[in-house]
Structure formats: C-alpha cells, structure tokens
Design a protein around this ligand. Structure first.
Ligand code: AMP
Ligand code: MN
Ligand code: MN
Ligand code: MN
Length: 280
C-alpha cells in the first residue's frame, strides 16, 4: 500500500488544483493521500470528490503554522473534521495574519530595492487569503531576481536576508487542540528542518506529546534518507508514531513527487494505522 500523508494544492502554495493533485497521485500509484494545505481546508471538498471518482482513499489534512519559542514549526493534522469550528476560526485568524505578514515582507524587499513584490506574489497566489513565501519566491524568479526558487530562499525570505520577517503564527497548544478537538491526530512536520539544538528538540517533543500530539514525520521530502533513522529513534523515545509524506508542491518544484515516499525504518509505529481503512 502506497501512502503519502503530506501534499499541497493551489488552495495554499501548491501548483495543482486539488482534483489534479488527486489524479496525479492515482497515476503515480498512491493508495492513500492526505491533502495538507497550509492553514487552509477549503481544497478538501474538491479533493474528496476527485478521490471518490478515482477510488483513492483521501485523508482530510491541514498543515498549521505555529510559532514555538521563536521558531516557526509546521504541525500537520490528519483525519481532521474540517468543519470543526475552533479549527475553522483558528485557521481564518492565521490567514488574516498572513495578509499583514505579506505586506511586511513586501516592505522589506522594497527596502532592499525590490518594489512591487506583493502585487507580484499575488499573481501567483490562486487563493487570495493565502499568500506564502513560495508565491513571493515564484515572483522573484519570474522578475529575474533569482534563477529558481531554491536560489530565492538562499538569498531572500530567510533569516538575515531581505524579505524575511518574524511572524507570530498560532500557538503550539492551540494548533494541537484544534486538530485533536476535531477528531484528528497531530504530527510534527519535517522536524529536521527546524533550527533547534538537541535540548530544544527534546523539549519540543516532550511538550508536543504532553499536549496530545501523536506523530512525527520521519520520512519526508525535507529529510535526507540518512536522517530517517535519527527521527525514527526520536519517535520511539518520545512515544510518537511515525508519519511519511512527500510534501509535494508541484511538478518540478523542490521536494519530491507524489508517492515518492520510502518505507518507514523498522521499529516505527505508522501513524496511519487508525486512519486508513483495512490496516488497523
Ligand atoms: P510560508 O508558510 O509563507 O512561510 O512559506 C513556507 C513555504 O515556502 C514552504 O512550505 C515551502 O513551500 C516554501 N519554502 C520554504 N523554504 C524553502 C526552501 N528553502 N526552498 C524551497 N521552498 C521553500
Ligand atoms: Mn509550502
Ligand atoms: Mn512545511
Ligand atoms: Mn508542506
């Protein structure tokens, strides 16, 4: 069974519509897919319809932006109820904050001699409520400021570089509560990407677990295969289940393609056993 529990559509910063994400997943042999748009669940309805058409099992998901001890974290919710009011309201508040952040990003780029980037980023954002750094990156590439989006993130939009602004996202405890309160399970996305030392990392996993978090992404497009074992050990040590996902954003855009998800290392307890029909 091929499982991919992390993907994006045009409802956040992906390049394909939810229906096209689902169709591509089917073509690539994915049996179980979670659509996990950033701070947004509005793409799930179209994904669900496409999944029913193709006979793919869709897990309703979301990827929530959190600020934890000055570090931005992403918490994936799987098996959520996307109509749960605290979740809906919490995500709406994050999207409102994104709008203000986008203006500050544009101001920072303007100060560095690049005017007009908010209008530019908006051209790439199909969902006007969700302007992400990925949209700024696509604009900066098309305006000739960088060769590709990877080059953008080396020179712009990241700490210490033009276009980076610190932002107050949601609180970890709120994000976990919105997810679990809706009946879903909370998973820390791509833990290897955060600038945390070992002590901070242990403190995060400890706190996440005590807040009711369930899983840790062990296999993700953001981890080198050599890192899987490290995160599998952390998951076991902190009593967390293991998740796996490509973090697909679009054909030819960073990360991996749908279904490019190697099997979990031995000893991991998969997070999906209770989410997927026929595996529990
Ligand atoms: P935001 O949620 O607005 O801060 O945007 C974060 C998104 O930017 C991520 O989900 C990725 O899609 C993209 N991103 C962040 N860092 C990089 C990077 N180094 N290379 C390519 N894309 C990145
Ligand atoms: Mn993204
Ligand atoms: Mn992420
Ligand atoms: Mn993601």
């Amino acid at each position: 069974m091929r499982v991919d529990l992390h993907s994006h559509s045009t409802f956040s910063d992906g390049l394909l519509s939810p229906a096209d994400v689902v169709e591509r997943a089917v073509q690539r042999g994915v049996d179980v897919l979670a659509l996990t748009d950033h701070d947004e669940v509005s793409g799930l309805a179209a994904a669900r319809a496409a999944a029913a058409h193709w006979g793919l099992q869709l897990i309703d998901g979301v990827e929530i932006s959190v600020l934890w001890q000055d570090t931005t974290l992403h918490i994936v919710g799987l098996g959520i109820n996307s109509t749960h009011e605290p979740l809906v309201d919490g995500l709406a508040a994050i999207r409102t904050g994104r709008e203000q952040r986008a203006r500050r990003i544009a101001q920072s780029l303007a100060d560095a001699g690049i005017p007009g980037s908010l209008e530019g980023a908006r051209q790439f954002a199909k969902n006007p409520e969700l302007v992400s750094r990925a949209h700024f990156a696509r604009h900066l590439v098309s305006a000739g400021h960088a060769r590709d989006t990877n080059a953008v993130f080396r020179n712009f939009l990241t700490p210490g570089k033009p276009g980076y602004v610190q932002h107050q996202w949601s609180l970890l405890e709120d994000a976990v509560r919105w997810i679990t309160g809706s009946g879903g399970v909370a998973v820390i996305a791509h833990p290897g990407r955060y600038p945390l030392n070992q002590q901070q990392c242990e403190s995060l996993l400890d706190e996440f677990r005590s807040l009711g978090g369930t899983g840790l992404e062990v296999v993700t497009g953001s981890h080198a295969p050599s890192e899987y074992a490290t995160w599998a050990r952390y998951a076991r040590r902190f009593g967390l289940r293991a998740s796996a996902g490509s973090d697909f954003h679009g054909p030819g855009e960073g990360y991996r393609d749908l279904g490019d998800v190697p099997v979990l290392p031995a000893g991991c307890v998969p997070v999906w056993t209770e989410l997927v029909c026929g595996t529990a």
